[in-house]
Design a protein around this ligand. Sequence first.
Ligand code: ADP
Ligand code: MG
Length: 325
Amino acid sequence: MANWETAFVKIIREICREDGISLTSFDDWAFCLRKGETHNFIYGYQFGLDNAAVAAILRDKAAASEMMTAAKLAHVPHWCVMSPAHPEFCSLDSGWEFIEKIFSDYKDLVVKDNQGTGGRLVFRVRTRQELEQACHEIFSTASSLAVSPYIPIEKEYRVIVLDKKIKLAFSKIRPHVTGDGIHTVRELLGEQIARATDSQLKGLFSQGCLPEFLSGGQRADTVLSQGQELVLEWKHNLGQGAAAELVTEQDIMQDLRNIASRAVELFGLRFASVDVIKTSEGYKILEINSGVMMENLARTDHRCYQLAKEIYRNAIHSMLGMTGK
Ligand SMILES: Nc1ncnc2c1ncn2[C@@H]1O[C@H](COP(=O)(O)OP(=O)(O)O)[C@@H](O)[C@H]1O
Ligand SMILES: [Mg+2]
């Protein structure tokens, strides 16, 4: 999607128009916002609220993970491995030997671009061949990768925090088909494709989620029992077919608040999104971003659009010193 087509850019333009803020856009990716004597910037989804060092640490999945380990904050561990193209940064025990050791310890890993986003270059590997292939692909463009044990995820959430308040949380529902005891997976999929909007289709076919499902040993002629869900994609990325669903249950909100506020405190964050997973061992932080992306939420319906817009409005007011005026 081009920058100017995103709900995000539309929202920023609307807020500035409504609140008398002058906005200069640079390719709808970098923005300068000015109100009276004060000015500040937005770059991508990054607002001028958090300091550059914190933003850089959070972008580096392994660095953020090490800090969470030191703070005893429940999270998915990420270990950094530098590309062999940069031997000057590698110690002997931190390269391929290290990956092999982790692989023989866990047998099921996730390897990803250490500074990646949007689920690109994120691979689940269960064999040595998959491991080698994934590392090769990541290192063809990235200078470091992060390796983690694969952790079965019951639910994945995004928690949006601004100035110490949890503004909202949504869960990420992966693309799936639900059985009715009559139709085959092939028929259910056909029906889903026939009903899908263009953007749902894009998500469904991005990154090859259908082959992932078939390689899981499932057959397209299987008849799922009534209510049985078959997930088509193992990743929860909103840009790869997952849908955003607001969390309304107060007990879940409280659990998310407990873990997200520890992350906010540790990194001193002002505006951030905290991705939290629910596992059999409880809640864990998967990643934290100081860029706040609510694109898919805003596209869900009018109410969600307004909710996302109000949070972005609060963030803009906060960065231009307009709060309480
Ligand atoms: N260690 C892991 N175990 C299980 N699933 C994972 C693991 N790491 C990532 N995932 C899945 O892959 C998705 C993308 O990974 P993430 O670390 O969030 O990368 P990105 O920053 O590209 O979104 C996550 O939303 C999650 O569903
Ligand atoms: Mg992610």
